[in-house]
Design a protein around this ligand. Structure first.
Ligand SMILES: Cc1cc2nc3c(=O)[nH]c(=O)nc-3n(C[C@H](O)[C@H](O)[C@H](O)COP(=O)(O)OP(=O)(O)OC[C@H]3O[C@@H](n4cnc5c(N)ncnc54)[C@H](O)[C@@H]3O)c2cc1C
Length: 386
């Protein structure tokens, strides 16, 4: 593994840092038009859809530059490079790979220009891990599909304009992965009912969605009828680098260290407590392990080898680490640490309590730990099937 950057890569890092210094004011100094200006500027730089081909409005950015960009953005705690995380991470790449020319023209520019937000309608009440068993039905009637069924846990459903929706177009299949079709559906279509779900931290990020006789034009089908599984799997594989996440984790650790320095434990500064110090050191070592594992994936990608099951290792590792860090902060600050924003003694506006209650975001979202463990056991370690 070579850790050195070329002069060109260093120069790119400097360019990003200079841009951030010139265009990212401190939070307190940001006006109401800050986000719109920021989005326009990063778009102008070609950093939205940085790795996308130029013909689609991207920059053909290389993997290392992409990593540098994510790392510097995360270090500066900059806002995202576009408003549609899912649009940029998998919907856009899915459309570029499987979409018709008309779909590419219609959807790609709006994702890059942050004009639309996408959500993802995969999970159903009885089908999350076992996604290939979905039942939401789409029946072709002439030039449109008629969709009936339910999705759940759909992040951002209440404010997204479009949804990438997995439906079943054929029930008469020998293998459940067949007969699935991917549709791009406008969220304001008649027959769509979005009911937000409140999580235990009091947030309403996700929702259940009911589809009743929703008409979706055939021209909004992504890929061929019955090919939805293939479209989904390769679209999800586009979400690849974990380097930005590692930088965020190092940032979280710094915040935790600052909390420790301000906290007393049994009458003494918590920072003098050997158990506390050891815990912080373990967190740091675990994040470093995640970093080097991420660099190992990156090396593989640079060599042109596709990533497969190995990304499950960092996903699993991060899930447990986030819980350990949040729980540690809550425990350290005692009863006040349990108070949410608005509580009389809430610590740091209740951020650790909230983060601790929000554990399903990193643990369940994107696949549960058991599923990751099965993937690692079967596909990496070659152990027998569960
Ligand atoms: C914050 C958050 C955001 C989400 N956002 C979205 C979204 O935007 N769009 C979307 O479509 N979905 C979304 N989801 C849903 C998420 O993808 C599913 O919750 C997840 O895949 C698990 O599915 P499930 O809830 O049906 O649980 P289940 O699959 O029923 O799993 C329940 C338990 O059984 C275990 N289990 C299941 N199968 C096996 C097996 N074969 N072997 C061993 N153990 C197993 C699981 O590990 C888990 O512990 C979100 C979830 C969360 C928490």
């Amino acid at each position: 593994m070579d850790f050195e950057y070329t002069p060109e890569e260093q120069a790119f890092r400097e360019e990003v840092r200079t841009f951030l210094a010139e265009n990212l004011p401190r939070k307190a100094e940001r006006g109401t038009d800050f986000l719109a200006t920021w989005l326009a500027k990063v778009r102008e730089k070609g950093w939205v859809g940085f790795s996308w081909p130029k013909e689609f409005g991207g920059s053909d950015g290389g993997l290392i530059e992409q990593t540098i960009l994510r790392e510097e953005m995360a270090l500066a705690k900059a806002p995202p490079l576009g408003t549609s995380f899912m649009g940029l991470a998998w919907v856009g790449p899915g459309i570029m790979q499987y979409g018709t020319e008309a779909q590419k023209k219609k959807f790609i520019p709006d994702i890059l220009d942050s004009k639309v937000t996408w959500c993802t309608g995969y999970s159903e009440p009885n089908h999350g891990s076992d996604l290939a068993s979905i039942q939401c039905k789409a029946v072709r009637e002439g030039d449109h599909y008629l969709v009936n069924g339910q999705k759940t846990w759909t992040t951002g459903a209440a404010f997204s304009q479009w949804i990438i929706l997995l439906t079943r177009t054929s029930f008469d299949v020998e293998v459940k992965h067949n007969g699935i079709t991917c549709l791009l559906v406008a969220m304001d279509s008649p027959g769509i009912d979005v009911r937000p779900i409140e999580n235990m931290a009091g947030d309403r990020h996700f929702a259940e969605i009911f589809f009743t006789d929703v008409k979706v034009p055939v021209e909004n089908r992504l890929g061929e009828e019955g090919d939805g599984w293939k479209v989904t799997v390769s679209a999800l594989a586009n979400e690849r680098s974990s380097i930005g996440e590692v930088t965020q984790m190092f940032g979280k650790l710094d915040t935790l260290k600052a909390l420790v320095k301000r906290t007393n434990r049994q009458g003494k500064p918590a920072s003098k407590d050997p158990k506390v110090r050891r815990t912080l050191a373990v967190f740091e070592a675990k994040i470093a392990a995640m970093k080097y594992n991420g660099l190992r994936y990156l090396t593989k990608q640079i060599r042109g080898e596709p990533l497969t099951s190995e990304t499950s290792v960092n996903k699993l590792h991060r899930a447990s680490l986030e819980i350990e860090m949040d729980d540690f902060a809550v425990e350290l600050t005692g009863q006040s640490g349990l108070q949410l924003k608005g509580g009389s003694d809430a610590v740091e506006n209740g951020r650790w309590a909230k983060s601790s209650l929000n554990w399903p975001n990193v643990v369940i979202g994107g696949g549960t730990p058991n599923i990751q463990r099965n993937i690692i056991a079967e596909r990496i370690l070659g152990l027998p099937k569960d």
